[in-house]
Design a protein around this ligand. Sequence first.
Ligand code: KIV
Ligand code: NA
Length: 267
Amino acid sequence: MSKADLILEKKRHGEKIVAITAYDAPTARIEAEAGVDIILVGDSVGVNVLGYSHEREVTLADMAHHIAAVRRGAPEAYLMGDLPYATYDTPEMALASARLLRDAGADCVKFEGAQPGLVAALVSEGFDVCGHLGLESQHQDVKRRQGKTAAAAAKLYDDALAGDAAGQKFLVLELVPQELAGRITRAIKSATIGIGAGPQTDGQVLVVNDLAGVTTREFKHNRRYGQVSAALRDAVSAYANEVRNGAFPEAQHAFHMAEDERAAFEA
Ligand code: KIV
Ligand code: NA
């Protein structure tokens, strides 16, 4: 059974799927050790790690660079990578972009929007595909909830079924009402991975910076399980203080020349 099919088995057995983002090798290693099912190298790398102001600034080279790092940190993990903005405008572009991410180490490629034709093209070339509906950060300027009206929900529902029929294996549902997420989840074979989409999806995904408290902004969809930013600030401040007051380094942090070498050196 393929890695993706092993994860999809969880949907059939009613077991939750755990997904989380990673952007670097040490974080990916920790996540793999913690036993997550899916590591997503999202284009959220741009805002969370690269200091960009928008996901749209992320390039294929950025994605390949970070996917390769995550792969080195988690050699056995199931890795998903985002196709960045404007790199999948045609099936040919999508295939070329997906090959770059696969060469960097991705097992699965994800892209935003209802494009069953692209899903089919990628699947026919042997790619695992993850759809992404609801909030599409690449295509929507304001990060607001989606699918709130009956008409918008019906459109999202139809889009989800079309992607499923085209052969996608996973579907991220971002900031959609939980009723809609539940209905989609029950209607499709693909495993739904929710973020801000309630408890009825087959799995959940969060941005590691948000859940670990690297990010200091609050998001309604997030739960903060750690205080990494505060811990890092405390560590750096303590170091700076000790350098300035002479408490660091101590004898054990340094070494001496051998006596004869020192004498020869000083002669
Ligand atoms: O880029 C990302 O981190 C994502 C998740 C929010 C699903 O696409
Ligand atoms: Na993304």
